[in-house]
Write a protein that binds this ligand. Sequence first.
Ligand SMILES: [Zn+2]
Length: 119
Amino acid sequence: MVSVPVLCPYCQSTEVIKAGKQANGTQRYQCQNEQCARRIFLLQYQDRGRALEIRRQVIDMAINGSGIRDTAHVLRISPTTVIAVLKKSRRAATRQPHVAASSLCTRRPRPGRKRRRAR
Ligand SMILES: [Zn+2]
């Protein structure tokens, strides 16, 4: 008998436990790494838009200025899937501890520069 270790596709951690099954009977896994952005994953997705590689491409295309319909057509997934991936990617990014969302959007006034009134 050969046992193959299950790796988390997001953080490559081997600390993975089984987490029930999908409605269609596919085994679900849960990553035990606290810092991991993704907890539940499958080894083989039936749905093309759920695969990690496609999700990364969706985000890359959005950063490079592609529209939702454009992305959906090129990656052969539905426009609603593109929207769902983009919404969830934002949530996952704010969950990571090293990217504090509050530190990205604080505006501090520059010190030592005051405007003078012209007379
Ligand atoms: Zn993980």
